[in-house]
Design a protein around this ligand. Structure first.
Ligand code: DGT
Ligand code: CA
Ligand code: CA
Ligand code: ZN
Length: 580
């Protein structure tokens, strides 16, 4: 029983109560409770087990009881009974974008819908639009989110699998018969979503290690287990593959299973030109080749590349998008690293929709070794996110100035995530924007505009002298919501012309602007800001995912604004855009 199990149970209770239409205060108590459990400083699982939850603010008696039962028995009859009141398939509906408990309740009660296929059928028969509170637009939205879910059914966000990947790597590393461990596949290439995790070990005892692999925690199903490979599905649905190889094979297997397939194809055809056949086990003479020396003792990927006459290619670049050609001409440019970042810009506090205060965010940033932190809370248009008006913005500026006065070694920058209105104007006037250190401009409303109108709208915002950077360019929510229609190339050109920075938003479901566009942006001289868009102190830790995406987009240290020293960032902000 983990902390997350406890929190998840409370969340589920809240959801089910909402579905039943119970008292909103009761529901809120469970929601708050799950947040508290997730963030509690001490070992809350142990406290719950020992029945020592009294006195924790926000955890009343009803919650204490349930947490204790769950922590000590691993089961919660109360929750099981609640669940039993509804058909199982109904819970899948919660994964659809834009469907909350109220709507799901209506669908269930009025149309007897209990699963995604039933909902899809009802939409197709135009039955959903007629329900109170729905309409044709909602029906269309439901249909498109079902389609989106179906296309991505078996993919996971990179950011969601990092902790389990690290955990399994750690277990494999500790195995006494294992001498080298790696994770390959799309995970190593830092794809924004992954289908499965591909582990690789060097061992003389493949069968044993495969067997032990099937015994890692949280396995739902053992798909295969043999002499050199094993495959399991975890309870989360994530598949994990293991390959066990000998020392001489390791580098070849790592290269092969890292992929991408397209990169492998390009390497194999190079090998063939040297009379060599290349596969996951090593080099061998190609069929047509008469006599060829087979290189021996290659234990590192670098040595294999070198034998093919290529410089080493970082895994993130292995998509056959020009990296093989670049590696023919000598070492590739050094890609950005997490250690290069000195600060970051787009972050929220309790002043808008963040969970932690200005001070807490600043402390966490310092804890992470940053020398500056930009605050950019929402602007007034986003009332649901508690966006700031001019007055509150000014007050926040004073608070930031105070904190800055108190510290020599750390600097807070005062910014705003200002909304780009439908016509491309901004949610604050120029006079207000001029009081800020910098401005992130983002679209959060009117997402349905056609591509041309949307592109023009965003360009207009970038033309504003005060707009330092463009936030989450396409608004995509990976595996949930399609990007809004924009012309990337035009926006990149516009950013280059107006000297507007483009954000790489590190939220695991965003990773926006997409890695496929960064090399082009970089070559046009557009600067990137790697922004966590943190809504809590925890969110600041996401920078590492952003850096991996930036690397995948071929970005170097000099292409990223937040690698600069604080005094250079100050200078950058103070310089008129045209001269930056
Ligand atoms: P994923 O799992 O869909 O997120 O993407 P990958 O790239 O991890 O794909 P996966 O797990 O099927 O295979 C891992 C790597 O193994 C892949 O990137 C390249 C290599 N590989 C797999 N199947 C083939 C194949 O048929 N031909 C070649 N050349 N390589 C393959
Ligand atoms: Ca994979
Ligand atoms: Ca695989
Ligand atoms: Zn935003």
């Amino acid at each position: 029983m983990t902390r997350e199990d406890l929190a998840e149970a409370l969340d589920q209770i809240a959801l089910l109560m909402e579905l039943k239409g119970e008292n909103p205060f009761k529901i809120r108590a469970y929601r708050n409770g799950s947040d508290i459990v997730r963030e509690f400083e001490d070992d809350i699982v142990k406290l719950a087990k020992d029945g020592k939850l009294q006195g924790i603010k926000g955890i009343g008696e009803a919650l204490q009881d349930k947490l204790q039962i769950l922590a000590s028995t691993g089961k919660l009859p109360f929750l099981e009974d609640l669940r039993a009141e509804f058909p199982e398939g109904l819970f899948d509906l919660f994964d659809l974008q834009g469907l909350g408990p109220k709507k799901i309740k209506a669908l269930y009660e009025e149309l007897k819908i209990t699963s995604i296929p039933e909902l899809q059928a009802a939409c197709n028969q135009n039955k959903v639009a007629g329900l109170k509170g729905f309409g044709t637009k909602t029906q269309e939205k439901i249909l498109s989110s079902i389609t989106l879910k179906q296309t991505h059914a078996d993919r996971f966000l990179l950011g969601d699998v990092i902790s389990v990947a690290e955990k399994i790597l750690g277990l494999l590393r500790m195995h006494p018969e294992v001498s080298r461990v790696a994770i390959a596949g799309s995970y190593r290439r830092a794809k924004e979503t992954v289908h499965d995790l591909d582990f690789l070990v060097e061992t003389k005892e493949g069968k044993l290690v495969c067997e032990d692999f099937t015994a890692i925690p949280d396995v739902e199903e053992i798909i295969a287990c043999g002499e050199t490979k094993a495959s399991v599905r975890l309870k989360t649905g994530l598949q994990c593959d293991l390959r066990a190889v000998f020392k001489e094979q390791f580098a070849f297997a790592l290269m092969y299973f890292t992929g991408s397939k397209e990169h492998n194809v390009a390497l194999r055809s190079r090998a063939l030109k040297q009379g060599l056949s290349l596969n996951e086990y090593g080099f061998s003479p190609a069929k047509e080749a008469k006599s060829v020396d087979i290189p021996k003792n290659l234990y590192e990927e670098r040595e294999i590349y070198s034998h093919l006459g290529l410089a080493y290619v970082d895994p993130e670049l292995r998509e056959n998008k020009g990296e093989v050609e670049a590696a023919e001409d000598g070492p590739l440019d050094k890609l950005i690293q997490l250690e290069n970042l000195r600060g970051t810009f787009h972050n929220h506090t309790t002043e808008s929709d963040g969970k932690h205060t200005l001070k807490e965010m600043a402390e966490e940033a310092q804890e992470l070794g940053m020398s500056y932190l930009g605050i950019a809370d929402h602007s007034k248009l986003l009332a649901f996110a508690n966006g700031l008006n001019e007055e509150r913005l000014a007050k926040q500026g004073e608070a930031i100035a105070m904190l800055n006065k108190a510290s020599q070694s750390f600097r807070l920058f005062h910014g705003s995530e200002v909304d780009i209105l439908k016509d491309g104007s901004l949610d604050f006037d120029d006079e207000t924007l001029a009081t800020l250190d910098y401005v992130v401009a983002s679209v959060h409303t009117s997402l349905q505009l056609d591509e041309k109108t949307m592109t023009k709208r965003i360009c207009k915002a970038m033309e504003n002298e005060h707009v330092t950077m463009l936030g989450h360019m396409t608004g995509r929510l990976l595996l949930q919501r399609a990007p809004y229609a924009v012309d990337h190339a035009t926006l990149i050109d516009c950013a280059a012309e107006t000297r507007t920075v483009i954000e790489l938003n590190c939220t695991p479901s965003r990773l926006d602007m997409d890695w496929r566009w960064w090399r082009k942006a970089r070559d046009k001289g557009v600067l990137c800001a790697i922004n966590p868009d943190a809504h809590s102190t925890e969110g600041l830790h996401r920078l590492s995912i952003g850096v991996r995406c930036a690397r995948k987009g071929w970005l170097r240290k000099q292409d990223v604004l937040n690698t600069r020293k604080v005094e250079d960032v100050v200078k950058f902000f103070e310089t008129p855009k045209a001269k930056r």
